[in-house]
Ligand binder design. Structure first.
Ligand code: ZN
Length: 257
């Protein structure tokens, strides 16, 4: 039924657009949106408009989102799929935005049969087939850190891309078995190298949290890929090459050093 979708999308784009003043404010707040070609810029704006029409953005606990806030979330979510297509976010609709970092209760049954329970303080969360949950406090920091900057939107949406091929494991859908084998070889080597640095107590460019799991390494490195790509390319050249092929974008080139 893709023709219905195409028709609906055309209709939405005929009625809504991101005006120049709003785009300029967004670029000022999110400097990593700079350097796009005219065509890329047009497509990113269109993706953001469609994203807002097709997804359901729900602020909770008294949080109010302005039009700028909503558009900025949509622009950041759309950037990673600019060359892949918005269809990569199919299968779920909800985005819940909390005013600040939120607590979730976790429980896990250990091998000894004992159930362990604890609270986690989160800036974001992404469920397979379910909603993306974001903290506004963390969102507001996007674009404000030049090197190794955190970006909770790109982080959570990178998890969504990862989960398009099943369990979150740091391996997104890839076009062939060869591509998958290459991904696993390069990615695992870079992940190992990173974990060793963290274990050795060395200062790391990426948040040490990325050492927790391959899926977190993928999400945290994706934040850096879009927000501070030159630093990522210097620190993890092989990983940068892998991401460049996967996302079909070269942010280091577009943003300059
Ligand atoms: Zn994560």
């Amino acid at each position: 039924m893709s023709w219905i979708r195409d028709w609906k999308r055309k209709r939405i784009l005929g009625r809504h657009r991101i005006d120049d003043a709003l785009w300029q404010r967004a670029q000022k707040h999110l400097p990593f949106l700079r350097g796009l070609s005219t065509d890329e810029e047009r497509r990113l704006k269109e993706f953001a408009v469609l994203f807002l029409a097709e997804k359901q953005l729900t602020p909770v606990r008294g949080l109010v989102l302005s039009e700028d806030d909503r558009v900025e979330i949509a622009l950041q979510a759309s950037l990673p799929v600019l060359e892949l297509g918005l269809d990569w976010y199919d299968g779920w609709v909800g985005i819940v935005v909390h005013p600040s970092d939120f607590k979730v209760q976790r429980s896990e049954t250990g091998e000894d049969g004992v159930v362990h329970e604890w609270d986690d303080e989160l800036a974001g969360e992404s469920w397979p087939g379910g909603p993306v949950v974001l903290s506004w406090e963390a969102l507001d920091e996007a674009g404000s850190v030049a090197e190794g900057g955190a970006n909770v939107v790109i982080h959570e949406f990178a998890h969504k891309l990862d989960m398009m091929s099943g369990e979150p494991d740091g391996v997104p859908p890839l076009p062939s078995r060869e591509a998958r084998e290459r991904w696993v070889a390069v990615f695992d080597a870079e992940f190992d190298r990173f974990c060793k640095s963290v274990d050795a107590g060395r200062e790391t460019f990426l948040d040490p949290y990325a050492a927790e799991h391959e899926a977190e390494f993928f999400a945290v490195a994706s934040e850096a890929f879009f927000e501070s790509p030159n630093a990522l390319r210097r620190q993890f050249p092989d990983l940068y090459g892998l991401f460049k092929d996967f996302y079909r974008q070269d942010p280091a080139k577009r943003l300059g050093s």
